[in-house]
Design a protein around this ligand. Structure first.
Ligand code: 13P
Length: 339
């Protein structure tokens, strides 16, 4: 077991005041986001967009690791450097999304199971050779009428634990992401209860599968009301509920918690991470970000697929990453959005 390797990587991912950048959208998801802003949905445009992100000046001052997709880890910058190598040369640890997406769970209408365990050992060996030192697997939990069921939760948490064990065997840090979706009109209390049940189940499964918690990063949702809920709440209520839930469920041996943004606006994602750090400056684990949309969206819109917009889009991308770096220290403020 390459224990020292993956525990060292996990520490490096969580070090200082940096966070993670998720740029691992699958081809269909990336195409959907391109289509929404009128960017052609071709392999070259996806490559050019990832090139823009990876070559953003000073990105390494805010970002410790970047999660790539299978397509991107096989592509190169315009200068001919494989993306994983370009990140590594810049002091950013390359990671890889290894799940194959959430599919309908047989017998459980409206619920999903994340697939990708078949041949995962072999795929991890290849990704390691391509430079990946951490991985990500996302399970999707939907809150709705009579869901989630315990059958769906158990199947997903078990799959996350099987994935995590295989990653550690390969010397790769598993990011475990049991996302409770913001979609729906549920209350913050419902989100808290479901997230808590899910996390307790997840850590029990990780224990059963002999996963070493010192080499795992948790990527959870914050505790939020559903986006269609009539009752929306202040950031400090979200921060309190989120901390309370994590303290109940996440063992202190876990080196880090890195939130997903999940559809929050970029400003909300920064401001709520900031609120968490203001309320409890010292937590048992490093607490940071692993955002995709909340870092990328303004830059994607500004780029719009045009070469002449690359530098401006990189500035906007850096700004969002830097706001989140400051939020990790409780030093973000709304005033920073006016520059
Ligand atoms: P968002 O921050 O856009 O939720 O994406 C994070 C992620 O990696 C989803 O799996």
């Amino acid at each position: 077991m390459k224990t020292k390797e993956f525990t060292d990587t996990a520490k490096a991912m969580m070090a200082g005041d940096k966070g993670l950048l998720a740029m691992d959208e699958s081809t269909p998801t990336c195409n959907k986001r391109f289509a929404a802003v009128g960017i052609p949905q071709t392999e070259e445009y996806r490559r050019a967009y990832r090139d823009l992100i990876v070559t953003t000046p000073r990105l390494n001052t805010c970002i410790s690791g970047a999660i790539l997709s299978d397509e991107t880890i096989r592509q190169q910058t315009i200068a001919g450097i494989p993306f994983a190598k370009a990140l590594h040369n810049n002091g950013i640890i390359p990671g890889i999304k290894v799940d194959l997406g959430a599919k309908d769970l047989a017998g459980f209408p409206e619920e999903k199971i994340t697939e990708g365990l078949d041949l995962l050992r072999e795929r991890l060996t290849e990704y390691y050779a391509l430079g990946a030192r951490f991985a990500k697997w996302r399970a999707v939990i939907t809150i709705g009428k009579d869901i989630p069921t315990s059958g769906c939760m158990e199947a997903n948490m078990h799959a996350l634990a099987r994935y995590a064990a295989l990653c550690q065997e390969a010397g790769i840090v598993p990011i475990v992401e049991p996302e409770v979706l913001m979609d729906g009109s549920h209350t913050l209390e419902q989100c808290k209860k479901i997230t808590q049940d899910g996390l307790l189940m997840l850590f029990s499964q990780l224990h059963s599968q002999r996963v070493d918690l010192h080499g795992v990063i948790l990527k959870p949702n914050m505790i939020l009301p559903g986006k269609d809920s009539p009752v929306q709440v202040e950031d400090d209520i979200i921060a309190h509920a989120t901390i309370k839930c994590l303290l109940r469920c996440v063992p202190a041996s876990v080196p880090g918690v890195a939130f997903l943004s999940g559809g929050q606006s970029p400003e909300q994602a920064s401001s709520r991470l900031n609120a968490i750090h203001i309320i409890v400056p010292t937590l048992p684990w490093a607490v940071t970000f692993s955002y995709a949309r909340a870092i990328q969206q303004p830059a994607l819109e500004l780029w719009a697929g045009k070469e002449e917009n690359v530098a401006a889009a990189q500035k906007v991308l850096f700004h969002r990453a830097d706001c989140n770096r400051l939020a990790r220290k409780g030093k973000y403020s709304e005033a920073m959005e006016k520059v």
